[in-house]
Write a new protein. Structure first.
Length: 230
């Protein structure tokens, strides 16, 4: 393991984040102060595949497309399963209903993202940076993505994530709204953590050899959160 240090001053004061990186590991993080709009970043440059983290946006975009109407019981079930249980089939259904790649195009335009690119037909392979991930979290929480009623509903669902996806930032800051992403493919784990509160939005994106297991990525998310102390 080789130490990787990056000065990452938080909105409340200067902080330095240090991660012991394995060979072939990539880590990046960002913290956005939702009061001032200031973003601090650290770690490696570049982007990662969003994996299930993007489901928070798919939900917001779908709710926005209802133009204030109540989702049906069946659609509410799909939305809940997608957020709480990270159900991929539910995500695919809602993504296709709202126009496939157009869902990600709306993410970029609505939230003013600069580092995010579409992977045709694959929501999970959308490429994004830690900086854009916190912008997405802020965009969902501040009402740009959908109306106030459904913004509050979605954030409440993100506070009730269950099972395998309930890891990382929320273990350090219980009760925050989260949506994580995690997949082992191509010989690497791609693990992302996103959390948003009234005061801040935090993302940690990681990619590392799959021999290290999912717990390694969860530990990186916890470590960054502890060191930044948002």
């Amino acid at each position: 393991m080789s130490p990787s240090s990056s000065p990452s001053p938080s909105p409340s004061g200067a902080k330095t984040v240090t991660i012991d990186q394995a060979d072939g590991e990539w880590d990046s993080w960002a913290l956005l102060n939702r009061t001032t709009g200031a973003i601090v970043t650290g770690g490696d440059d570049g982007t990662n595949s969003t994996e299930s983290m993007i489901k928070a946006w798919i939900a917001a975009d779908y709710l926005n497309g209802l133009h204030g109407a109540q989702p049906s019981a069946a659609d509410t079930d799909l939305l809940r399963r997608m957020i709480r249980d990270s159900d991929n089939d539910a995500a695919e259904t809602l993504y296709l209903r709202r126009g496939n790649d157009a869902v990600i195009d709306r993410l970029v335009s609505t939230c003013g993202l600069t580092d995010t690119t579409v992977h045709h037909g694959w929501w999970s392979l959308t490429q994004t940076s830690a900086r854009d991930a916190v912008r997405m979290g802020d965009c969902i929480a501040d009402g740009k993505a959908t109306n106030p009623k459904w913004t509050a509903w979605l954030l409440n669902e993100m506070r009730q994530v269950e099972g395998e996806g309930n890891f990382g930032i929320v273990e350090v800051r219980p009760g925050v709204a989260i949506k994580n992403g995690w997949t082992d493919w191509g010989g690497y784990w791609h693990v992302n953590c996103l959390a948003v509160t009234d005061g801040w939005s935090l993302s940690v994106l990681t990619r590392y050899p799959d021999s290290l297991g999912l717990d390694h990525g969860a530990a990186v998310c916890r470590s960054v959160t502890q060191q930044l102390s948002p």
